[in-house]
Design a protein around this ligand. Sequence first.
Ligand SMILES: C[S@@+](CC[C@H](N)C(=O)[O-])C[C@H]1O[C@@H](n2cnc3c(N)ncnc32)[C@H](O)[C@@H]1O
Length: 496
Amino acid sequence: MIHEEEHDLLTRLDRYLHSWGLREFHDESSYFAWQRTCLNQQQLLTLEGLLNRRSKDSTGEADIDFYDVLAQPDILPILYSQRYDYYRKLGMVLYSRLAGAGRVLDFGCGVGLLTMFLAREFPDMKFVGIDRSRQSIALAKCEATKRQIQNIAFFHRHIPNDSLSGTYDVILSTQAVFQSESSPGLPSLGWQTFTREANDDEQIHCETRLGLMPRLDVLKSVLHPHGRMMFFEKTGHLGRRILFQRALSRRGLHLLKEPMPLSYDAIDEQVCDGPLYEVSQAAQGDTALWSEEPFRNPGDSLYSCGGRMAGAMGLVFLRHGWLFQENGKSLHWGEWKLSVGVWCQALAWMLFECQFGNSAILIGGIAEVPVLTKMFETFKTAPKGQVDSLIAQVWEPLLRDSGSEECPGYENHSFSAQDLYVALPEKVVEREFTAHGEKGKAMHLEFGQSSSLWYFYWANTFDQRQLVLVEDSGSQMLRSYFEDSLREIRIVPDSN
Ligand SMILES: C[S@@+](CC[C@H](N)C(=O)[O-])C[C@H]1O[C@@H](n2cnc3c(N)ncnc32)[C@H](O)[C@@H]1O
């Protein structure tokens, strides 16, 4: 799509979302202030009660009640505004992928927000939306009539209890087919790995227990032999992603494109659900391969730290030498020095020091060397007046608020924490604890020394990781953190 077309589409999408009463918010306080003016105490209590019930219920009844209430015209715009950016991002992507379809089915369409947008954009295609919430379908029908959208039909269907007929060129499911959001999916083989066992029995057991099996089977039965399915489900958790991918692959569905990670703002929080999958029964040419690796992006493992701990970590690293160094003068920070280096083939770092004694550091895995080198080049070639804004982008809040003694030198809660943990040199374990649960579930905590740094590592078979690094002066803090964590975490998460 060329830029102008994309801009026009986005304008139409925004106008469309506004026509439903949705508003875009970027901070929680203004959103909740608005929510309080729109919803009364009774409505808020009802919603809270429904959410509670829904989180404990595995029959789906509470979920239906929840979406029935959400479909009330005075509640819908308020709650769906939390998903404004979700609709914006998905609306754009689905639009770009629908070309060539004749009949489109939207499974779990809710009140038809996305379905009607797409139907309006593609008047030559026929759209069908189905949902198990009667109130959602009633509102969807009413809105389609009001908006005079002719190429759409909505039906109340609870899959797999109700059957489906016909065939569709495209079947969409956005956060609908894979429910049981709290289930972490398939566990990994151990706390040291993200790999899952190839175990059909466990897969079938999970698909059945989570209701995925009958829903996917019904959907596949109405897919045209050359049709496509597009899924955007809550599969941000690797254990759920692998379970879902295996469920698609077991049904002979091939990837047509690389799965597309898609993140969106939920008011002031970035949510990384997904990715978006596009699959078909007929493999077309060089189709992408299923990958069970965690998604990794450049910069993922970087952590910035300011103040005393940054200076202390910097000294540890500088003792091992550096790759690049540059001096300069900025309007605000006076004379500064920027150094980039690699520590023990395990960590990459970029240290900023200025004449007033402030320092700040960026630390990551050695895979981040190209990212840090690029940043270094930007600093090096920036005109004098721009250096301050570069510092502000990377570190300034940390440089200003640098007093906290408790701040770790490095902290990582992502997949990349494992790569760094593995790469840490000369590890000497001081304390460790591993809990083994049923069906191979496990959790591990470890505290120790690696060369001249101290580390805390926490990992489990549901891909949660935490790595904390400090210089010598922080070792007591980290030791206490280990003991506190040990007291708190003695339970291995349940697979639901
Ligand atoms: C999170 S909402 C998503 C709605 C819409 N797809 C969207 O992206 O805004 C999930 C919807 O799926 C519907 N749903 C869940 N399981 C279903 C099933 N087994 N059969 C039909 N609808 C279902 C729910 O009623 C709900 O409206």
